[in-house]
Design a protein around this ligand. Structure first.
Ligand code: MG
Length: 216
């Protein structure tokens, strides 16, 4: 866990979902692969060809943006797939139920946090997948707000999803703390917005560590 900034007063925690509230290598791989396969089919290309195109575009974007990484949604947009379409594909293709199971230790950690802070999920997955993912982990009831790819129709690291979460929670950005596993996607922009930011390596980083870090 790396703390970049903590607000003077923390009122709300904005959690990234994938790679933050759960860690699952195979499901992460599948989440990239399935939309890529669909795009390859639609464009009459092999998976390997489309994979190469997406990697190259990602590298180009990174080179043109000071080394920052693009989300898959941003790369798909560059290939003519709108964010709305990306969100719909993910909603159809992803099956969190195949990979994720209840996480009692995560639930305990979030329960303690929910007694002191408002909790939101801000994810580049559609809201439907976020709901199903949180239900698999058995923590769905602890999040008052879910902002997904289809909420603002832009993907993180756009500032809109973070600001929307703060607005829906009724908390000013200066009292929000963003927690996620990718600096460029989850942390950099919240810091620009005056939020706090904590980078984690995975869900194990949260359990038993996040609450003490906030208690100071
Ligand atoms: Mg993530």
């Amino acid at each position: 866990m790396k703390i970049f900034s903590l607000p003077e007063t923390v009122a709300a925690l904005l959690f990234d979902m994938d790679g933050t509230l759960y860690t699952h290598g195979e499901y992460a791989r599948v989440q990239r692969e399935l939309p890529l396969r669909r795009l390859a089919e639609k464009r009459g290309k092999t998976f390997a060809e489309m994979d190469g195109i997406v990697r190259r575009l990602g590298d180009e974007w990174e080179a043109g943006h000071g080394g920052k990484k693009a989300s898959l949604g941003t790369i798909f947009e560059a290939l003519g797939v709108s964010i709305a379409e990306s969100a719909a594909w993910r909603g159809e293709l992803y099956e969190p139920e195949r990979y994720l199971v209840p996480d009692p230790a995560l639930r305990l950690c979030l329960l303690a946090l929910a007694s002191r802070y408002a909790l939101a999920v801000v994810t580049n997955n559609p809201v439907s997948i976020a709901r199903r993912t949180l239900a698999c982990l058995s923590v769905r009831d602890l999040f008052g707000v879910i902002v997904g790819l289809d909420t603002c129709l832009v993907s993180k690291p756009d500032r809109a999803p973070f600001l929307r979460a703060a607005e829906l929670l009724g908390v000013s950005p200066s009292r929000c703390l963003s927690i996620g596993d990718r600096y460029d996607i989850d942390i950099a922009v919240p810091l620009e917005l005056g939020m706090g930011g904590i980078l984690v390596e995975g869900v194990e980083d949260l359990k038993g560590h996040l609450e003490p870090a906030l208690a100071r």
